[in-house]
Design a protein around this ligand. Structure first.
Ligand code: SF4
Ligand code: SF4
Length: 379
């Protein structure tokens, strides 16, 4: 279907989201597609829609990057669907509203596809760390699955790209439960890899035109990177994107685990199709607390300390004065550690430091490790 080997990754320069520029980048990627095999197939495009920020905030896959992939398959005679499991919700109205803010429905409609807000899950067998889970039924039943992620640093896992984007195949409230049962970066990343191994994804594309730096996946700042990266092996694709971002590999648990599980090669053994990585390379700084959770001395600490002491050493989330009491964080918090009064109040005796609240707060009112002058003692 795609003439890209597992150890090959396509890297195409793309400096902006102007239609012509993204089209030119995709033309390089399309060279590796075998168009006559697609006619009549059902195609599912899985973007990163998260909680539905506007594209300029760089937390969602840019609609222009979605458009060209959708148009290609639509023109090839495929039935194209696009969807995600945004936030932890399943209500169609809310999903539609989140989708709309991302700008993706307009791009999909223009390309001849339809958005999927079904949020229905079907149980599937997983792997060693996640033996069984529910994934979006429409993804499971599609002939071709295209994962189109966003390049970002991440508060909990250090980095999010192709592999972590597939966490969004799990519908609704099952996601926070996994944070609860896998509270440290290593076990959670093993779960992500199990999910990634279970979802039969044909192609992984990362929107690395403008990435996010800082407390991602939603509270960081946009930062130019200048590429679209694609391949059939998500671990190899992420390895290359992490290299482009200039993040030290030892700091990202996903790299260590994917290599130790035999799922990818070292960068020097990955064949780059397209431009030389040196033409694009940037210098992203991973979010500090995520670095701490995977740095070597921290691993030693995690090994030496009982889990409760290790968790205590991680930084706390703090509610800031700009909280608008919307309740999104309380709904998402896996151990129900948040109550809403005149603002959100965190019970730190229950908090597992998964940072879901920070990830989903629409007002960016939760900051990791930064206490501010607020009236309540609990925060
Ligand atoms: S902290 Fe954020 S998500 Fe939670 S109630 Fe306040 S504004 Fe809403
Ligand atoms: S308060 Fe925030 S960081 Fe703590 S458990 Fe709840 S969602 Fe996770």
């Amino acid at each position: 279907m795609f003439s890209i080997k597992s150890n090959e990754v396509i890297v195409v320069p793309c400096k902006s989201y102007e239609r012509e520029e993204v089209a030119a980048a995709y033309a390089e990627i399309f060279k590796y597609f075998n168009k006559d095999k697609f006619d009549g197939k059902s195609v599912y495009i899985k973007p990163n829609i998260l909680k539905g920020d506007a594209p300029e905030k760089a937390s969602v896959t840019h609609p222009e990057v979605i458009y060209h992939a959708a148009k290609y398959f639509s023109d090839a005679g495929c039935d194209v669907k696009c969807g995600d499991s945004p936030n932890f919700i399943t209500a169609k109205k809310m999903i539609n509203s989140i989708y709309k803010t991302s700008g993706i429905p307009k791009a999909i409609e223009e390309a001849g596809g339809t958005m999927d807000n079904s949020a229905q899950g079907t149980s599937v067998k997983g792997g060693v760390y996640l033996p069984e889970f529910k994934m979006l039924t429409n993804i499971l039943e599609s002939d071709i699955v295209i994962n189109i992620a966003k390049a970002k640093t991440h508060s909990f896992t250090g980095y999010t790209g192709a592999v972590k984007n597939l966490f969004g195949v799990i519908p609704g409230p099952a996601k926070p439960e996994l944070h609860l049962t896998h509270p440290n970066a290593k076990s959670f990343t093993n779960v992500l890899i199990d999910i990634c191994e279970t979802v039969k994804t044909d192609l992984h594309i990362v929107d690395a035109v403008i990435g996010m730096e800082g407390p991602g996946p939603s509270s960081g700042m946009p930062k130019k990177l200048g590429a679209i990266v694609a391949g059939t092996n998500p671990y190899a694709v992420d390895e290359v994107v992490i290299e482009l971002m200039g993040i030290k590999k030892g700091k990202i648990e996903q790299i260590n685990l994917a290599r130790s599980r035999g799922l990818t090669e070292k960068l020097e053994n990955i064949k780059i199709l397209g431009t030389n990585l040196k033409n694009i390379k940037s210098s992203y700084t991973p979010f500090k607390d995520a670095v701490l959770s995977s740095a070597s001395y921290w691993k030693v600490l995690a090994f030496l300390l009982p889990m409760d002491l290790f968790m205590k050493a991680k930084k706390k989330p703090y509610v800031q004065p700009n909280c608008v009491s919307c309740g999104v964080c309380a709904e998402a918090c896996p151990p129900n550690a948040i109550t809403i009064e005149d603002r959100a109040v965190i019970d730190y005796s229950k908090c597992i430091k998964c940072y879901c609240c920070q990830e989903l707060c629409p007002a960016k009112a939760i900051v990791i490790g930064k206490k501010q002058n607020v009236s309540r003692k609990t925060n």
